[in-house]
Design a protein around this ligand. Structure first.
Ligand SMILES: [Zn+2]
Length: 203
């Protein structure tokens, strides 16, 4: 019977090290093919109810992940994981928030390449909050999609403001489709509905 291969020869599939995009990033140590799970979002994490004070307070870290609409995953940042993945406007991977959250390959990735995802952040009254330094030819220059209070009020209304927001969203949807990130649209839609229902931004 062959001896099981010793674990000490197993390389981690990714490295966490300094990135030319920002801070620490995630780098492949092996080839990945579309569909491969690259790394868990947070190997060590807490999962708390989405409406808990802890979840709301942790949102400021920009690292929390809404899972199955009811839980928020809070990564333990002492343990590196997919939460270190940088944003790109032409990413090679995608973030999925179901279960414990994971980073999954969408384009072939070679050893040494940085793994990137599309954050899909929606901000309110904070245009230009998150400048993008991804370097992709079609970089959008900002990571966040900003919605003003007026936009939130006009969402899905037959008004000039509603039409203008719809045109921006259609353009964004076409862009997301062109980079295989259509899963981001559901998050944006859910956020817009929430903003529309609470049209005054909290102080
Ligand atoms: Zn960019």
């Amino acid at each position: 019977m062959p001896k099981p291969r010793s674990r000490k020869f197993t390389l981690s599939p990714v490295d966490f090290r300094n990135s030319p995009i920002a801070g620490r990033g995630v780098f492949a140590r092996q080839r990945f093919a579309p569909g491969d799970v690259i790394t868990p979002y947070a190997p060590k994490q807490r999962k708390v109810p989405a409406d808990s004070a802890e979840a709301i307070a942790a949102a400021d870290t920009k690292l929390t992940l809404l899972s199955e609409r009811v839980f928020v995953i809070i990564p333990d940042t002492d343990v590196p994981g997919g939460w270190l993945t940088n944003h790109s406007c032409n990413p090679n991977a995608a973030l999925y928030s179901s279960g414990d959250g994971r980073i999954q390959c969408i384009r072939p990735i070679l050893p040494g390449q940085e793994v990137t995802i599309f954050y899909g952040w929606v901000t309110r009254n904070e245009p230009g909050r998150d400048p993008c330094l991804c370097g992709a030819p079609a970089c959008r220059k900002t990571i966040n999609f900003d919605v003003t209070d007026d936009d939130a009020r006009a969402y899905q209304t037959a008004t000039p403001e509603g039409d203008a927001l719809r045109a921006r969203l259609d353009e964004y949807a076409a862009f997301l489709t062109s980079i295989d990130q259509t899963q981001v649209l559901a998050t944006i839609e859910a956020t817009l509905i929430e903003m529309h229902q609470a049209p005054e931004a909290p102080l």
